[in-house]
Design a protein around this ligand. Structure first.
Ligand SMILES: [Zn+2]
Length: 337
């Protein structure tokens, strides 16, 4: 990731562009936004009498060869002038809508008017009373690659009422052991999650590095993934359909607090079909949580459930590396010969 301390980076880029005759009108800096560090400028190039959108991906940049890393598009004059007008007539003072609970996802917008710079900084979502930035964002992003649309949708989420969907996929500041559950879980999910936990529905729970993986057994198994970062942020995710923090995550959380570890089975792939191996994951062994219809229930390195045939061409292609105390998996696999 791009390091913020490298302030000179912007200086180098700005110097390079001003040498090319670019006058800056507006800039947008996406800082660690979904892991992206993108510096975008809306510039006027006097000698050509054109407006341009210029952008740099700061994670892939070589300051000595900026010519190779610059991305630029000429903006239709009529549209460009509308944006210029918006910036010139904007009388707002610099404003900051920062949120400590958000890790990364910072957006810094700068308006340049003569020698005045006005700054608007927010975390993840454009605040509801900053609608004046909607048009500038929409215009700038229409000149960026399609893949950036995801970020634009996220920036506008409050206006679309979709924040919960984006927040659910992000780390939050939360103490796994002593955190205030009511702040992030709905009462209904706390109640049902507690029931799941008390009825031993947390079938598996294992900690790998700073990562907990759990299987919560319902009509079908749900996979919960909880990652604890060093800086007090926690990422919690479940593969069920609910948006946000669900009862499965809550059940896993209670099991973590009570240290109710129940390791997954580990199986190794011994077949020769390398393409299958590639499909599942690149590691040597897989976490496994059972058998269903002649298939092993595995977890991939991307934390997805994957069902793999136990037998290929009449041969068993998995061996047990780690079993439970009763050797349940080995026994169940005996009938596959
Ligand atoms: Zn769930």
């Amino acid at each position: 990731m791009f390091k913020k301390s490298e302030k000179s980076l912007f200086e180098v880029i700005n110097k390079y562009l001003s040498k090319k005759g670019h006058e800056i009108v507006m800039s947008i800096f996406l800082s660690d936004y979904n892991g992206h560090d993108i510096y975008i400028r809306f510039d006027y190039v006097k000698k050509l009498s054109v407006y341009k959108i210029v952008w740099f991906d700061l994670n892939f940049i070589d300051l000595k060869h900026l010519d190779e890393y610059i991305n630029q598009q000429i903006v239709t004059k009529y549209i460009a002038l509308q944006l210029v007008d918006k910036i010139i007539t904007n009388n707002r003072e610099s404003s900051y809508a920062l949120n400590d609970d958000i890790k990364g996802d910072r957006v810094e917008v700068l308006f340049y008017k003569e020698n005045n710079v006005t700054e608007f900084v927010f975390d993840r979502f454009l605040p509801i009373d900053w609608a004046f930035l909607i048009d500038p964002f929409a215009l700038v992003f229409s000149y960026l690659p399609r893949s950036m649309e995801i970020i634009l949708n996220e920036v506008f989420a409050i206006f679309d009422g979709t924040e919960a969907r984006f927040n659910a996929l992000k780390p939050i500041k939360f103490d796994l052991i002593n955190g205030n559950d009511d702040e992030i879980f709905r009462a209904k999910d706390i109640l049902e999650g507690t029931k799941y936990y008390e009825n031993d529905r947390v079938e598996f729970l294992e900690k790998i590095d700073n990562h907990y993986l759990a299987i919560i057994e319902e009509a079908k198994p749900y996979l919960v993934n909880i990652r604890e970062d060093d800086d007090g942020y926690v990422f919690m995710w479940c593969n069920c359909k609910q948006v946000g923090y669900c009862k499965h995550i809550y059940a896993a959380l209670l099991a973590i607090r009570d240290k109710k570890i129940k390791n997954f089975y580990k199986v190794g792939y011994i077949g020769k079909d390398e393409s299958l191996l590639e499909k599942v994951m690149s590691g040597k062994f897989f976490l496994c949580f059972g058998i269903e219809e002649d298939r092993l229930l595995l977890i991939t390195s991307e934390s997805m459930i994957f069902k793999a045939d136990i037998m290929v061409d009449g041969k068993r292609v998995f061996e047990v590396i780690e079993d439970d105390d009763d050797c349940s998996l080995s026994k169940a696999l005996e009938r596959y010969k």
